[in-house]
Design a protein around this ligand. Structure first.
Ligand code: KG4
Ligand code: ZN
Length: 349
């Protein structure tokens, strides 16, 4: 089936047209069109995402991207529209939900008239988007996905460890009790006077620093649960910066590198322990923070040393995008799961 997907949960407006086939046994996706309009420059001036500005920009960008999509697809056919309903910023989510309803009414009865069935709208969970992003075109063969799998989903709003027995049979093992990993990267970046979003900035600055320079705490690393906590680590960075007034470039680079190492150590240690305790065959890494090349590299190495498959989307599909929403929409449709077509700020996996 052809799925037109819409993502507007935060500060990226994205549309995609994807052909999905294979069912739950062997899902396969062909990305026909995919556009992302980033609002980062607009929110940067405010040091973070401003919900009403995000709403305004989504409302401006959605029709522009849709025009582009239509222009590039000679015959735009969609059997379904997958739209993110949550979690995310409610004013931003509503723009996507309303746009889905609007285009279904305006365009699809006319454009897609081959069958009597009209295009349906699939309310889609943003977290499922990240969770299934590893299914987007990749070089590995699908048989590499052997279960059980332990997935670490690390984004700006969430840090979740998931045990997957199949694509649709999964449970949450643990999550953060305070800040999400991406949020900690963003907050530490702000302390270092780096622009928003902080994750990529920390990663770049960390390359010039020594990860062993400062012994920041690794919260909850030895706890016998799968929860995380990043607020103590963030506070330690704050105290360190207060105590070390001379903020030279070298000192900042050491702080970035040492903070990044501490956060990655916790994420990897807990993921690998969950994998061992649940006899996992695969490790899956997803979410915006999964774009961090150190995290990618070290997690991959660990997976290899335990002889586990390592699965993760290409970097361009780690951050928010509509392609992953099409994938999640397809699976939601196959599972016959239904979300109300209403923005839901908080929604769990
Ligand atoms: O998944 P995502 O795009 O949005 C949410 O659903 O939250 O994740 C955004 C988060 C931000 O906190 C951003 O700083 C972080 O992902 N991020 C990174 C990197 N690239 C993005 N964190 C660490 N290293 C990166 N290279
Ligand atoms: Zn996201």
């Amino acid at each position: 089936m052809n799925i037109l997907a819409i993502e507007t949960s935060c500060d990226e407006t994205s549309l995609a047209l994807i052909e999905a086939k294979g069912g739950l046994k062997a899902p396969k996706f062909n990305i026909k069109k995919h556009f992302i309009a980033s609002q980062i420059e607009i929110h940067r001036a405010w040091g973070g995402v401003v919900p009403n500005l995000a709403k305004r920009e989504h409302e401006k960008n959605l029709p522009l991207l849709f025009k582009k999509l239509e222009a590039k697809s000679y015959k735009l056919k969609a059997n379904a529209i997958a739209v993110t309903v949550g979690p995310g910023l409610e004013p931003a989510l509503w723009t996507g939900v309303n746009f889905a309803k609007e285009i279904k009414k305006k365009h699809f009865p006319k454009i897609y008239s081959e069958r009597s069935r009209t295009t349906k709208i699939i309310g889609t969970n943003h977290l499922h988007g990240h969770m299934y992003s590893f299914l987007l075109p990749k070089s590995y063969k699908l048989k590499a996905i052997s279960y059980p799998a332990v997935q670490l989903l690390v984004s700006g709003g969430h840090t979740i460890l998931i045990l997957m027995k199949s694509l649709t049979d999964y449970k949450k093992l643990g999550e953060t009790r305070d800040d999400a990993a991406g949020e900690a990267f963003d907050k530490v970046a702000r302390m270092l006077k780096l622009p928003y979003p902080g994750g990529p900035e920390i990663e770049t600055l960390a390359k010039k620093g020594n990860p062993d320079a400062i012994d920041f705490p690794r919260p909850m690393i030895r706890d016998k649960n799968y929860d995380f906590s990043f607020s103590g680590l963030k506070t330690s960075v704050l105290y360190y910066l207060k105590a070390n007034e001379a903020k030279s470039y070298k000192l900042k680079a050491n702080v970035a590198a040492s903070f990044q190492q501490a956060a990655i150590d916790v994420l990897i240690t807990k993921t690998m322990r969950a994998a061992q305790e649940h006899n996992a065959k695969s490790i899956i890494l997803s979410g915006g923070v999964a774009a961090n090349s150190n995290l990618q590299k070290l997690m991959k190495l660990q997976a290899k040393s335990y002889k586990l498959n390592f699965l993760s989307a290409n970097k361009k599909f780690q951050g928010d995008n509509a392609a992953m929403i099409a994938v999640a929409g397809y699976i939601t449709h196959l599972r016959k799961k239904k979300y109300a077509l209403k923005a839901k700020g908080s929604l769990s996996i």
